[in-house]
Design a protein around this ligand. Sequence first.
Ligand code: ADP
Length: 246
Amino acid sequence: MGGRESDMVLLDANGIRCDGRRIDEPRRIMIKAGGLKNADGSAYIEFGDNKIIAGVFGPRDVHPKHMSDTDTGILRVRYHMEPFSVSERKNPAPSRREIEISKVIKEALAPAVMLEKFPRTAVDVFIEVIQADGGTRCAALSAASVALADAGIPMRDMVAACAAGKVADTVILDVNNEEDQAGQADMPVGYMPNLEKITLLQLDGVLSAEEYKKCVETGINGCKLVYELQKKALQEKYFQNGGQQN
Ligand code: ADP
């Protein structure tokens, strides 16, 4: 990060970014609740050129049994990128990055899910990245939240996620792949808007204290936009179509 910025114009003299957006403008976001008939809950998200599907199974018995907890349910998350999701074929074996992102998404969802209501059981979240273009962990987290709600898992709030970052010494909303690779900072934020609580905050890059504060605020604003679309996706499935979609 930071090394290749001089090779490419990330912000022009009119304050327009490399993909034509303004600094505070998110990419096009489309969220659909449901879609997988064999899952208990599911969701599909397009976030710019990211295309991601999330499927939820459970609460269900835990195998192997010794992994179960008599006091609470457990949440398991698998984030996986398809080999064709990036321009150069990705090795289908789980990478360190996928293992890290699975853990990060699990920890970001956990505060929202009322696992204590399902002792001895597991809720499994499977995330498939079909196409990746920067910001997949945020898009995946937002889709997983909708899939959990679609599965009827009791939740304190939904987690919405969006990244903020810095290019050309300017704080921007929703970092794309080029900005992630060549920019100065990338800060994915996961947030529960009703509870006003952050559940994911990572930072790759260097920021001043002031920029840090601005990035957090910008990321939260992005999360609030995503949250409205998450609610709309659930409303469309349950109130407009009478739950007819899968
Ligand atoms: P995130 O997708 O959450 O931003 P990263 O910052 O690790 O996570 O990845 C940034 C982007 O880099 C991804 O969205 C994807 O477009 C690209 N990328 C990740 N892994 C690979 C890979 N193995 N090959 C090519 N591109 C990749």
